[in-house]
Design a protein around this ligand. Structure first.
Ligand SMILES: *[C@@H]1O[C@H](CO)[C@@H](O)[C@H](O)[C@H]1NC(C)=O
Ligand SMILES: *[C@@H]1O[C@H](CO)[C@@H](O)[C@H](O)[C@H]1NC(C)=O
Length: 551
């Protein structure tokens, strides 16, 4: 096939497999994307990250790594007799990174936040849960401010059980659920109920592999029916958390290899679309992980090749089945980030070994783009590589400008900068997907209305105004997406969710201005209340996002 014919056939296949509405058109076929080093050191290693509504990212690692490379302000120190490494520690283990100014400042956690979870409230405050040692039953709140005086507040015994490697998820009623954690085969809610309690989840015991576990940091997604899809190890259930009942069991992923910590794959709820139809479908995609036994092998110095498969399932289907796909690169400890245009970015991680201290090898430096609407077999596209390995304890989050912030990587029990294969990374980088290339500036929509921080109610018609300078703007080439900012750690983005607000009515207003009419989500089961990033996407090119508050 000649090149033009080949390109034409690719374009044709996209057109043929495009769903009529809500289709995001492909414009760029070349492998691309750019990396930029933002900070050589923020003083700590970005193990956990959450973008907040003021475009600042709260980052933390753990208190028992020893002394970090960033001092606490005003000569503050933490004097903690229960601390296992440094009882008197005057260094920071959390920072607030301001995206627009590319600056950061130290924050102070009081207890150990290692391998914990988090989620935002309907008001956009961060609620972090659990950790290790003296932090295992803590709940910590971070209320964003625009100055420099906000910091962590801690609630002792905020949790009913110790939670280490648990997963938080926002619920439609505004509460949060915390699922699992090491040796915790149960879940609980924040705020704690009056009859403060935990609720048994035998599924977590059933999926617990002796010695390796392989079911920590379960992948939790709010299904469109209001139940929770919970994936651990190699299979999933649907939990009715109101009745405390498992209402469905999904099959095991073909092959049966584990994909949860430490055989860490990643998982994402694919974009929710056709939101006006009676029976909205929801799909989950799980990629990478490590073959069974890799954790024990890695402990003996044998670094088994990671899985190169993804498994995709329609979780709303009456008879759901996994459909397998092959990635161009094998990956363990990767992150899956939803981009504003509905594509998924696979980033970070290694191609052999497993999660855990010193257990990963062969960093995967190239991200891979996954286009969920393409025909199977033509969904993956390898992107340009970084130079910095992002191994165990690395992280990634989407920013409002469409870049992906990448940080962390520390496979050691301390801050180790020398005499190790993968030194502790204190740097922050940004990956800019190809849609940010200057050559697409002519296609990039600019939102002029509403203003950032506008409030939206459920199930309302709203009008969005954009400027698009392209000559002819076809009605079906514009879509509006809403992305929930996620809490990212250990290769999972908790609460990550993207909705395509279709049924767009695009009207030309003259002077390159257009109005788009969309309907906001009809229920908190589709989109729990809170702050979202709203983007207008034209021919696969997203605008800068604006913050909107769904309430
Ligand atoms: C962190 O501090 C140590 C000394 O305490 C130094 O050796 C190392 O280079 C620093 N790392 C970075 C990335 O600044
Ligand atoms: C990391 O550094 C600590 C002390 O800071 C040291 O005890 C430990 O052996 C180092 N680990 C490795 C893997 O070199």
């Amino acid at each position: 096939m000649s090149l033009p014919t080949f390109i034409f056939s690719i374009l044709l296949s996209h057109l043929l497999f495009a769903s009529q509405q809500c289709h995001l058109i492909l414009t760029s076929a070349a492998a691309a994307g750019r990396w930029k080093l933002l900070q050589t050191s923020i003083g700590i290693s970005a193990m956990h990250m959450q973008l907040l509504r003021n475009d600042r990212v709260v980052i933390f690692d753990r208190t028992d790594f020893g002394k970090s490379n960033l001092s606490l302000p005003n000569r503050k120190c933490r004097n903690d007799p229960t601390e296992v490494v440094l009882k008197l520690d005057c260094s920071a283990h959390s920072v607030e990174y301001d995206v627009p100014s590319n600056k950061f400042r130290a924050l102070m956690v009081q207890t150990d936040v290692w391998c914990s979870s988090g989620a935002t409230t309907p008001d956009g405050n961060l609620v972090q849960a659990g950790g290790f040692n003296d932090g295992e039953r803590r709940v910590r709140i971070f209320n964003p401010c625009n100055g420099r005086d906000c910091d962590w507040q801690e609630i002792p015994n905020g949790l009913a059980a110790r939670r280490w490697y648990a997963t938080s998820h926002i619920l439609p009623d505004g509460r949060q659920i915390i699922v699992g954690g090491r040796r915790q085969f149960n879940y609980e809610f924040i705020p704690k109920s009056i009859v403060a309690n935990t609720f048994n989840l035998p599924f977590l015991q059933e999926t617990n592999d002796v010695g390796a576990e392989n079911n920590l940091y379960p992948s939790v997604f709010l299904n469109v029916d209001g139940n929770l899809f919970i994936f651990a190890n190699n299979r999933a259930i649907l939990l009715d958390y109101v009745k405390y009942e498992v209402v469905k069991r999904y099959p095991t992923i073909p092959g049966g290899d584990p994909r949860s910590y430490p055989s860490t794959g990643s998982a994402v709820l694919l974009p929710l679309k056709d939101l006006k139809t009676e029976a909205i479908q929801a799909e989950v995609l799980i990629c990478g992980g490590a073959p069974k036994g890799s954790f024990f092998q890695a402990a003996r110095g044998n670094f088994v090749r990671a899985l190169n498969t993804c498994a995709r399932i329609t979780i709303t289907d009456p008879n759901p089945q996994w459909v397998m796909e092959t990635m161009p690169l094998a990956r363990v400890m990767g992150d899956m980030i939803l981009l504003p245009n509905g594509n998924v970015l696979l980033i970070n991680g290694a191609s052999s070994g497993s999660a855990g201290w010193e257990m990963g090898r062969n960093p995967v430096l190239s991200p891979v783009l996954y286009r969920p609407d393409n025909k199977i077999g033509s969904r993956f596209e390898t992107q340009n590589p970084t130079t910095i390995p992002r191994m165990y304890h690395s992280s990634a989050v989407l920013l409002r400008d469409g870049r992906v912030l990448v940080g962390g990587s520390n496979p050691h029990g301390f801050y180790n900068f020398t005499s190790v294969i993968f030194p502790t990374e204190l740097s922050l980088e940004a990956f800019s997907p190809a849609y940010l290339d200057a050559k697409f500036n002519g296609l990039r929509p600019k939102i002029v209305y509403p203003n950032s921080m506008s409030g939206f109610r459920y199930k309302k018609r709203i009008t969005i105004q954009v400027i698009i300078t392209d000559e002819e703007v076809a009605e079906n080439s514009v879509s509006v997406t809403m992305v929930a900012p996620a809490f990212n750690t250990h290769s999972f983005s908790m609460n990550q969710r993207l909705l395509v607000l279709c049924d767009d009515k695009v009207k030309a207003l003259g002077n390159s201005a257009y109005s788009i009419e969309v309907t906001t989500p009809s229920s908190p089961n589709l989109a729990p209340a809170g702050f979202y990033l709203l983007f207008v996407v034209y021919q696969d090119i997203p605008s800068q996002g604006i913050w909107v508050k769904l309430q």
